[in-house]
Design a protein around this ligand. Sequence first.
Ligand SMILES: Nc1ncnc2c1ncn2[C@@H]1O[C@H](COP(=O)(O)OP(=O)(O)OP(=O)(O)O)[C@@H](O)[C@H]1O
Ligand SMILES: [Mg+2]
Length: 359
Amino acid sequence: MSRPSVVRNGEEVTHVGLLVGQSPVMQELRSQIARIGRTGFTVLVEGESGAGKELVAREIHERSRRSRGPFVAVNCAALVETLLEAELFGIEERTATGVRGRRGKFEQADGGTLFLDEVGDLSATAQAKLLRVLQDLTVERVGGSETRTVDTRVIAATNRALPEMVRRGTFRADLYYRLSGVDVVVPPLRKRRGDIPALVTHFLHRYGYSATVVVAPAALDALIGYDWPGNVRQLGRIIERALALSSTTTLSVRDLPREIGRWPLMEETGADALDLTLRAWSSRYVRLVLDRCRGNKKRACDTLDISYHTLQSLLEFASPAPAMAAGAEALLHAEIPRPARVGTAAGSALACLDQSAGE
Ligand SMILES: Nc1ncnc2c1ncn2[C@@H]1O[C@H](COP(=O)(O)OP(=O)(O)OP(=O)(O)O)[C@@H](O)[C@H]1O
Ligand SMILES: [Mg+2]
């Protein structure tokens, strides 16, 4: 079931068939990918940096009738305007002194898929040319006048708000509508925290440590509680860093960068002022889960794997420092530090949190 992977700039960029994550939003994404793969439509993949847009594009390609054809990826932000056009559309022999003619990525991806990453960075000329290819399925090389027919499916990606660029006049409206007919949104990692344990296992495996290294429950809690502005790519790098720093076979909070390992609840309110008993934590956590289950006590009991009686008694528990408890409640809602180990009950609580985040 494992398929070949491709390494670019030292990072593994393909691991087709291994889009990790079983959270509700990821399951929805998977079924969307399966549906879209069967069509030949142009697709726009949107999502924050490092969320997995290229991986999603590769999965769509794998599930399409083009899967035996090439998957060619171009990062539109990485090349200056003049080079980008030649890269995409090709260049005719002797356009300038010493220039050798070559095929562009559109031609290279003939019969397969062309992935245009950071499509919002295309110049006005490149946008006009791209629109023409999408409409006519023909390309014209730079410096040439002849058109060549191509059978290339385009999957574009962006982490910028294209509608806003259209309003400002920096992105063509007609191209935007052409690209965004089929729109796939890759959710940020903080909206699917329940996937983090599986992703951690995935990265340990990818780096060859799955049989020798384990992650301490407190470190896993810290990883789950962090907001991940750099998404899955950042998580991979943090695991890599922790593996490099750790001197034992257990990755602990000490092996994580400070902003991930810190406990915001304590820092903000002062540990002395808080009731740090397990019962007080359980009470806060139960309130949080109940809130995320929209006040549905039965669902909260199922999620937490506790009885109705236990739920009631934890809800009735009053912290001896009410003023601090109110602050703590606000922080719990903001950062979600986990009070306990990620066991079965907490695991299903995470699923509940993911569900509400997606709602
Ligand atoms: N669901 C996932 N399962 C396993 N690995 C993932 C997942 N999502 C992302 N990754 C990994 O995270 C890294 C970043 O993913 P990818 O390059 O697809 O993100 P991106 O959204 O295209 O990022 P950028 O906006 O920076 O171009 C890659 O190494 C990829 O393999
Ligand atoms: Mg990308």
